[in-house]
Design a protein around this ligand. Structure first.
Ligand code: XMP
Length: 318
C-alpha cells in the first residue's frame, strides 16, 4: 500500500490525543527530521501541554541552533533552548576514547533533560524513534557497533511514559510527513546528523578550538557538495561532512614552514547507513573544497578525501 502522509498525520494526531489525554508532555528536539516531525505532531495534538527542549551542547553545526528556533516557531512548536556549551566542554575535557566521549555526552544530555522534565512536572515523553532505530540499536539480536546516542535511554531512567508516533515509519515516509506538515526542505531533506554531533567528527579530545575548525569545515563541505549536486556535476551524497584528525602535518604558508591540522572530507552513498560506499566526487569539486578549507581556516594545512566503504570503515570517524 502506498504511504499517505495526510492519512498518517490525521491518525497520529488522534492517537497522540488518546494516549496522552490531559497529561503534560516533554520532547527533545535535536533539529533532525524525526524529532521535528514528532514534536510538530505533538504540538498539533495536545496544544498547551507540550514542552520541547533543545539542548545547545556547543557541538552543533553552523547556524543550526538559530535554524531550529526559527523553524519551531514557524510550525507552532513551543521551544525551550538550554544553553549547555560550557557544561559539555568541561565534561569532555581530557576524554579521547570514542565510547567514553559518547557516554559522557549521552549522560550529560539525560541529566540536563531530566532537570527540565522535573521543572515542568511532565508524565509523557514524545520520541521521534523510527523503525531503523530500534532495529539498529541492538534490536533483533544484533551486535552494538557503536552505542548510538539519541534520546533512547531517557524513559527507563526517568520513569516517563513513552509515546513514539513514528515508530513504524521509515525515513522516506517521515520526510513525506514533514513536507505535509509544512516543515521546510532544509529540515525535511536534512542529511542524517549523529546525536553526539561534531564531537565524533573530532578524532580524540574535543576542545572549543577543534569544534570551531570542524564546524567551519563541515559548512564548507555542505555548501560545495550541495552546489555541485544542484548544478548536476554529481549525484547528491547520502551524507557528507568534514572531520578533524588529531595529528598535525608540515606545510608551507607564504614562505614559511607551517605545522597544521589535517581535515578529512567524507561523502557517502547509502540507503540506511548500515552499509555505505564513498561518493565519487569530481576532482574539481574536491579541489574547491580543499582550497576553501585551507584558505578560510588558517589552522588547517592539509585536506584528504576518505575513500573507504562501510564496512570495513564506518560512516563517522568514531
Ligand atoms: P556509523 O558511523 O555508525 O554511522 O557508520 C551510521 C549512521 O548513523 C549516524 N550515527 C548516529 N546517529 N546517534 C545517532 O542518532 C549516534 O550516536 C550516531 N552515531 C552515528 C551516522 O551519522 C550515520 O548516518
Amino acid at each position: 500500500m502506498v504511504f499517505n502522509p495526510e492519512k498518517f498525520t490525521g491518525q497520529a494526531i488522534a492517537d497522540i490525543k488518546k494516549t496522552i489525554g490531559n497529561a503534560k508532555t516533554i520532547t527533545a528536539l535535536s533539529g533532525g527530521v524525526d524529532s521535528f516531525v514528532a514534536a510538530t505532531l505533538a504540538a498539533k495534538s495536545i496544544p498547551g501541554q507540550l514542552t520541547a527542549i533543545y539542548v545547545n551542547t556547543g557541538l552543533m553545526r553552523k547556524g543550526e541552533t538559530e535554524q531550529v528556533q526559527k523553524t519551531a516557531k514557524s510550525v507552532g512548536v513551543p521551544l525551550t533552548v538550554i544553553e549547555a556549551r560550557e557544561k559539555f566542554f568541561a565534561a569532555l575535557k581530557g576524554a579521547d576514547d570514542p565510547e567514553k566521549k559518547r557516554k559522557i555526552i549521552g549522560e550529560l544530555f539525560v541529566r540536563i533533560f531530566e532537570e527540565e522534565a522535573k521543572k515542568h512536572g511532565v508524565t509523557y515523553l514524545i520520541q521521534g524513534t523510527i523503525a531503523p532505530d530500534w532495529i539498529e540499536s541492538g534490536g533483533l539480536g544484533r551486535d552494538t557497533i557503536k552505542s548510538h546516542h539519541n534520546v533512547g535511554g531517557l524513559p527507563e531512567k526517568m520513569h516517563l511514559k513513552l509515546c513514539e508516533p513514528l515508530r513504524e515509519l521509515y525515513k522516506h515516509e517521515v520526510r513525506m510527513v514533514a513536507r505535509h506538515l509544512g516543515l521546510p526542505d532544509s529540515i525535511a531533506e536534512r542529511q542524517p546528523f549523529p546525536g553526539p554531533a561534531l564531537a565524533i567528527r573530532i578524532v580524540g579530545e574535543v576542545t572549543p578550538e577543534k569544534v570551531e575548525i570542524v564546524r567551519e569545515a563541515c559548512a564548507i563541505v555542505e555548501e560545495e557538495l550541495e552546489a555541485a549536486a544542484k548544478s548536476k556535476k554529481m549525484e547528491m551524497p547520502w551524507q557528507y561532512f568534514a572531520a578533524l584528525l588529531p595529528t598535525k602535518t608540515v606545510g608551507v604558508r607564504g614562505d614559511e614552514r607551517a605545522y597544521q591540522y589535517v581535515v578529512v572530507v567524507r561523502a557517502v552513498r547509502s540507503l540506511d547507513g548500515m552499509t555505505a560506499n564513498f561518493s565519487h566526487v569530481p576532482h574539481e569539486v574536491l579541489e574547491r573544497i580543499s582550497t576553501r578549507i585551507t584558505n578560510e581556516i588558517r589552522s588547517v594545512g592539509r585536506v584528504v578525501y576518505d575513500i573507504t566503504n562501510k564496512p570495513p570503515s564506518t560512516v563517522e570517524m568514531e
